[in-house]
Design a protein around this ligand. Structure first.
Ligand SMILES: Cc1ncc(COP(=O)(O)O)c(C=O)c1O
Length: 363
């Protein structure tokens, strides 16, 4: 079976971990410090704060930006539930805005309409869905006019760009995940990045139980990353450019073979898509999925149940027709960097065979 995701850990990660073992410091230490410095440079931001995972990165960023009870944070329902849960953990209320059918990102026109209708928003969590950056200029214009913060959820978008700028540098703060399936991984891990020194300081304190120079001031958590995790992250960060190029090449090949047969992902001119997930759309999603499984191609559905339809969010009374419609049409195909040429052929040939067989059945 061709897997949907295939994290690769090898000698570089082992060598890096060996230095941690030799040093004998497993908890937050020099590896975390070095990983933070390297990640901040990679994102072109002044600060990076390593956390236990992407969810705690989000929770930390909201807290550090002063978001909490009585605040409303707009976001997309077409994301992993962590995006919305982190909003609730900081005491704020998520408010869901519908998505665009072509980019899967927050529909800025729908968002603007809601703001013009008087909805009070304190921040937007801009999730760069599947590795494609949101329309950041549009969000920035809205935030200037309506005075709200912008936090990027870049959990799926390491190395993506908007107008040539790296994601992570496009809002007031941004959060990344290094979960096993992500474009770079540490198994579990996360990062907050920001240019704002005060936000960075509050984030650093929050992940260590409120630690400050004067003692423990305020409530915090233990959300720290360990040096073993950071060691893996440093090795993966070095490999990320190669992984990203391979993902983009694989995506180009899939699109060139599948365009016109199913709906393929778009990449607007000012954006660099990093294809964390390669999503196609078709009305026959479920039967195509069965066919691909039978032909040795693993697939995924992101997101079968958008967040506003999850039991924990059923009291969120919103109409999000595009998210609902797409949840029945989307199918993720393997695009990971280790796909061989014959595997890419197998994926596209299997989709073609399915489409031909349906045409035959229709005659
Ligand atoms: C968009 C998005 N936000 C947040 C998260 C949470 O990250 P983590 O699983 O590392 O807690 C994920 C990852 O799974 C994600 O895809």
């Amino acid at each position: 079976m061709i897997p949907l995701a295939a994290p690769t850990l090898g000698d570089a990660e082992l060598d890096q971990i060996a230095t941690v073992f030799e040093r004998g410091q497993l908890t937050r230490g020099p590896e975390v410090n070095a990983f933070e410095t390297e990640f901040a440079t990679f994102c072109d931001t002044n600060h990076a704060i390593a956390t236990a995972n992407g969810t705690t990165a989000l929770h930390t960023a909201f807290h550090a930006l002063g978001l909490g009870e009585s605040d409303r944070i707009a976001t997309t329902p077409f994301s992993f539930i962590a995006s919305a849960n982190a909003i609730r953990w900081c005491g704020a209320t998520p408010t869901f805005v519908d998505i665009r059918a072509d980019t899967y990102n927050i529909d800025c026109e729908a968002f603007e309409q809601r703001l013009r209708d008087g909805e009070q928003i304190d921040a937007v969590l801009a999730v760069h869905a599947f590795g494609l950056p949101c329309e950041m200029d549009y969000l920035r214009e809205l935030s200037d006019e309506h005075d709200f913060l912008i936090i990027e959820d870049a959990a799926q978008a390491h190395s993506a760009q908007y107008n040539g700028e790296p994601v992570g540098s496009l809002g007031d703060a941004a959060c990344f995940s290094f979960f096993a399936s992500k474009n770079m991984t540490t198994g579990e891990g996360g990062m907050v990045v920001t240019d704002d020194s005060a936000v960075a300081e509050r984030a650093r304190s929050f992940i260590e139980h409120g630690k400050t120079e004067d003692g423990y001031d305020g409530l915090g958590h233990n959300f720290c990353m360990s040096d073993v995790t950071a060691a893996i992250g440093r090795a993966q960060l070095e490999k990320l450019p190669g992984y990203t190029d391979a993902r983009r090449q694989n995506a180009q090949q899939l699109t060139s073979q599948l365009e016109g047969i199913v709906e393929t992902p778009v990449e607007p001119a000012n954006r660099r898509h990093v294809y964390h997930i390669y999503t196609i759309q078709t009305e026959q999603r479920d039967s195509l999925r069965t066919h691909l499984t039978e032909h040795g191609v693993a697939t995924g559905v992101y997101y079968e149940t958008p967040i506003h339809r999850q039991p924990a969010y059923r009291d969120h009374d919103v109409q999000l027709p595009t998210a609902d419609r797409l949840s029945n049409r989307v199918l993720a195909l393997p695009v990971h960097p280790h796909l061989a040429a014959d595997e890419l052929d197998q994926i596209t040939t299997s989709v073609h065979e399915y489409v031909k067989s349906r045409r035959r059945d229709a005659v």
